[in-house]
Design a protein. Sequence first.
Length: 349
Amino acid sequence: MNSNSTAPIRDLPRLSCVELCAGAGGQALGLERGGFTHHRLVEIDSDACATLRHNRPLWTVLKADVRTIGPDSLTPEAGRLDLFAAGVPCPPFSLAGRQLGAMDERDLFPAALRLIAGLRPRAVLLENVKGLLQTKFSAYRESISAELAGLGYRAEWKLLRACDFGVPQLRPRAVLVGLEDPVFRHFQWPEPPPDSPCPPTVGETLRHSMASRGWRLADHWARQASRIAPTLCGGSKKHGGPDLGPSRARKAWADMGVNGSSIATAPPGPGDQLPVKLTADQMALLQGFPPDWAFAGGKTSVCRQIGNAFPPPVAEALGKQLRQALLHPLDLQLPSPHLREHHPHTGTA
C-alpha cells in the first residue's frame, strides 16, 4: 500500500457523519473534503475495511452486515448526528442485472431506513445506480420518500453525472437527499458552473502514469484516448473480475487503444505495443481517487472496490451543499425542530 492521501480541510466547523456500505471510501473521502467527520463507517467486505483503515487510521470502521446492527452502535457520544450517508448495493436496480428491486435479498434500503429512524440524523444522503430512477421503480422510490416524510424529512431524488464534476467518466448516479423541511429550503443541488471546462479525457488523466516506465507511445496513446471513459463496473462477487466491464464497454476501450479483458500489474514499458491494459491504480484515477489512495486485497477485490465506488469529487460537491444548508445562519438562530415520532408499521406520524 502507498502513503495516505492529502489531509482533509481543517479550517471549517466539521459536522458528524455515519456511513453505511462504505466500500473503498470514495463517498467518505468526498464527504470528508466537504466538511464532515466520520463517526462510524460500516462495511461488510474485509478488504474494503482494510482499505478504509489504512488510508484513514483515525476512522472507526465496523465490519458488519448493516442488517444486523442497531442504532446504538452508531450513535455519537455527544450531540445529534448531522449526516447519515449510504451507498447501498446496486444489483437490485442495475440495468445489467435482473432488476428485482425489493425482491432482491441484497436490497438494503429497508435496513438503512430502520437505522435512520433510530438515529434521527439532521440529513440523509443515499446513492445508487441510475436504474433506480426508471419508471418501474417509481413506487419503490415513493415508498422510501414516504417513509422519510413520516420521520420528518423532505426528500428529493436526482440524477447526477460524475463527468459534470471533473471525473473522466459519464457515470450517472441516482442520489437521494433528505433534510428536515425548514433546512431543505436552504439546500441546492450541486451543479457545475456554466463556464466550467469539460472533464479531462482518459488520455489527459492517465498520460503521466502511462509514461512512467518510459513507454514511447504514451503521447500517441493519450491523443487516441481523447474522450471520457465508459462507466467502470465493480461487478458482484458471483460475476465480474479484474477487467473493464461487459462487451460494450470493452469495445469503447478498444477504440481508445486499451485491452479491457484484464488488468495489468504495471504501466507499459518502453517497447510495449498497442493496445495496452490499464492498472488498478489507473482505474482509481479515472474514478476520481487521489494517486496515493491505496487499496487492500487481490486484483479482483481491488477492481471491485474501485468499480463500485462513488467518485470522491461528486460526494465532495454534495457534502459542501449539505453542509451549507445545515449551517445556514437563519436556521442556527432558531431552535432545532423535533422530528416526528415514527410508527414503524405505518411509516407515518
